[in-house]
Design a binder for this molecule. Structure first.
Ligand SMILES: CC(C)(COP(=O)(O)OP(=O)(O)OC[C@H]1O[C@@H](n2cnc3c(N)ncnc32)[C@H](O)[C@@H]1OP(=O)(O)O)[C@@H](O)C(=O)NCCC(=O)NCCS
Length: 217
C-alpha cells in the first residue's frame, strides 16, 4: 500500500499565464497542497496583473528554454484555447512535465480520464467513462456527464452541463451556464454562447446562442 501522507511537497510549479485565469489556477494549485513553490510567467500576448506575494517572470524578457526546465511542472493558465495550445506545444518541446491541476472538491470518476495540462476547478464533476483531452479547462461547477468526450484545448466554462455521450471538438469554447444535451456533438473551434441550450449537433467553426441554440450569422 502506498503511503503519501508524510511525503514532503517539494515540487516547484510554474503557472504560465499571470492574468485572471492565472490567479484561478493559483488557488487551485494551493488547494492541492502538492507544491512547495509557485511562480508565474506571463503570456507575452496578454501581459500580467498584480499578484501580490508571487514572482512573475515576463515572457518577453526570459529565455524560455532555460526557465521552463527549472520547474518540476508547468501549467498554462489562459482562457484562450489558441494560446493554451501554443504554449503547451512549447512546454512539450522543452521536455518539461505538464501539470494537471484538479481541485480537491472536484469529483472525477475512477473510470474517467483527464489528460495532462488540464485544470479542473472547484466542484466540477466528471462522470464515468468521460474523457477530457490535453490542455482543457473544466471550470467551477461544470458537469461532464458519463461517456462525454472533450477533445484537446476545450474550455468548458462555469456551470456548463453536458449530458451523457455529448462531445466537444478540439478548441471549442462552451460559454458559462450553457447546456449540451446528451448525445449531441459540438464541432471543432466552435463557440456556444452563455446560457445556450444545445439540442442539435453544432458544426465546426460556428457560434450558436440562445434557447434552443441557433447559429448566429
Ligand atoms: C456568444 C458570444 C461569444 C458572442 O459574442 P460577440 O460576438 O461579441 O457578440 P455580441 O455581444 O456582439 O452580440 C451579437 C448578438 O448576439 C446576441 N448574443 C450575444 N451573446 C448571446 C448569448 N449568450 N445568448 C443570446 N444572445 C446572445 C446579442 O444580443 C447580439 O444580438 P443583436 O445582434 O440582435 O443585438 C458571447 O456573447 C458569449 O456568450 N460569450 C460567452 C462568455 C462566457 O461564457 N464567459 C465566461 C468566462 S469564464
Amino acid at each position: 500500500m502506498e503511503h503519501t501522507a508524510n511525503i514532503p511537497n517539494t515540487k516547484r510549479l510554474l503557472i504560465w499565464g499571470a492574468g485572471d485565469q492565472g490567479t484561478v489556477a493559483l488557488d487551485c494549485a494551493l488547494a492541492t497542497k502538492k507544491y512547495s513553490r509557485i511562480d508565474f510567467l506571463d503570456i507575452r500576448e496578454k501581459g500580467h496583473r498584480q499578484i501580490p506575494g508571487y514572482r512573475i517572470y515576463e515572457e518577453a524578457k526570459e529565455n524560455i528554454n532555460t526557465l521552463l526546465p527549472s520547474y518540476d511542472e508547468v501549467i498554462v493558465a489562459s482562457g484562450s484555447n489558441y494560446l493554451r495550445e501554443k504554449k503547451i506545444a512549447q512546454i512539450l518541446a522543452a521536455g518539461v512535465p505538464l501539470a494537471t491541476l484538479i481541485h480537491p472538491t472536484a469529483v472525477i470518476s475512477p473510470s474517467a480520464r483527464v489528460s495532462k495540462g488540464c485544470t479542473i476547478l472547484a466542484n466540477a464533476v466528471i462522470n464515468s467513462n468521460a474523457y477530457v483531452g490535453i490542455g482543457c479547462i473544466v471550470n467551477t461547477n461544470a458537469v461532464v456527464e458519463h461517456d462525454c468526450l472533450a477533445e484537446d484545448y476545450v474550455n468548458i466554462c462555469p456551470q456548463v452541463s453536458m449530458g451523457g455521450h455529448a462531445k466537444i471538438g478540439r478548441r471549442s469554447f462552451i460559454g458559462i451556464g450553457s447546456t449540451i444535451l446528451d448525445h449531441i456533438t459540438v464541432g471543432r473551434e466552435s463557440i456556444v454562447g452563455a446560457g445556450a441550450v444545445v439540442i442539435r449537433n453544432v458544426p465546426d467553426g460556428v457560434t450558436v446562442v440562445g434557447v434552443p441554440a441557433k447559429r448566429r450569422l
